[in-house]
Design a protein around this ligand. Sequence first.
Ligand code: C5P
Length: 412
Amino acid sequence: MQGRRVLLGVTGSIAAYKAAALARQLVRAGAEVRVVMTPLAKQFITPLTMATLSKHPILVEFFDPENGAWNSHISLGEWADCLLIAPATANTLAKMATGVADNLLLTTYLSARCEVVVAPAMDLDMYAHAATQANLATLAARGVRIVEPAEGELASGLQGKGRMAEPETIAAFLADLFTEKKKLTGRRFVVTAGATIEPIDPVRFLSNHSSGKMGYAIAGALARCGAHVTLVSGRTALATPPGVERIDVLSAEEMYRAAVAAFDGADGAVMCAAVADYTPETVADRKLEKGEGGMAIRLKRTRDIAAELGRRKGGRLLVGFALETHDEAAHAEAKLARKNLDFIVLNSLRDAGACFRGDTNKVTLIDRAGREELPLLTKREVAERIAGRIAALVGSAERNAPAEAPVEGGDR
Ligand code: C5P
């Protein structure tokens, strides 16, 4: 925790009194703590208490009414390594999920590019309500970490789940987060993601159903482990994950050039993109007009980016994906060898929940030593498992892959 900057957001819950102990613990553990309170939070705990324990003035308003000094939510978000909202009320969680920005804490949240952690606190029925659960699921899918509330006696006198986790639990959660973050610090990774677009004429193109969600989740997970990530992305509607450098490309050829260039000086790459295998031999410079009969477009093979990085990798780490519809494991194992990968992530389109554009995935991780079948998980969880495996491999001295691959033939 030493030297970590924690922006502690306090909202209007009876559990706000625990924020005082939390601030104190974080400061004792060596963190630098600044506190932003919602206007209602001041009714539950005084700014004086929080300022004394955090050793900094408290921020509540957008500007200081005395002298007009602006409290910049953007610089607060930039300053922090982590925005921790504890307690987080149902109201604040709902506003976070829908993008409402009517106080300094919420504008800070919307502009923050750091890790965001929430510790919900509310009555059991509010916590169990479908609206709150949907808001939490939305936030989790966007990368917000949740410190689960505990079961026990609530302020209402009822018993159930909704009590904010104890300050020690929240502090330990943060300490783990910062440790996890360190695993790939100083390492550089390239991630390819999304579908490529192969132009036919100025209007039409060939492409596929890939949404890019899995690759974006992996880029985000690697960045959270402290890696510098270059995300070479086909066209998607997704936001760039925090801390990731993104290079936008369209065609397989553009992706090839960007990925090969970014791999120079990188410690590894994860090839998640759905790259077109074929592209039109020629691109018409004017819109093709339709006629009476059918039409044929001659296609040529694209270059295999993964195989090329496999040739260049030396001792570096290379991870690929295999999307299969039959003989899944055999095909994935063949690709593992042919592309000189360290491990391959197998998706079968036959598995429910492993579909294009969805938020879940069911994968098997295959390396030369064997297979690890994961249950149905969110893409974010799958990404974390993959990042964890990468961190373990980077940390271990010896890896199974041969230093140089045979020149790859059949895959082009
Ligand atoms: O051979 P196949 O397309 O099934 O291999 C899939 C793996 O290879 C994925 O990791 C994909 O990102 C990568 N690939 C690539 N360049 C291509 C084709 C596939 O990087 N042209």
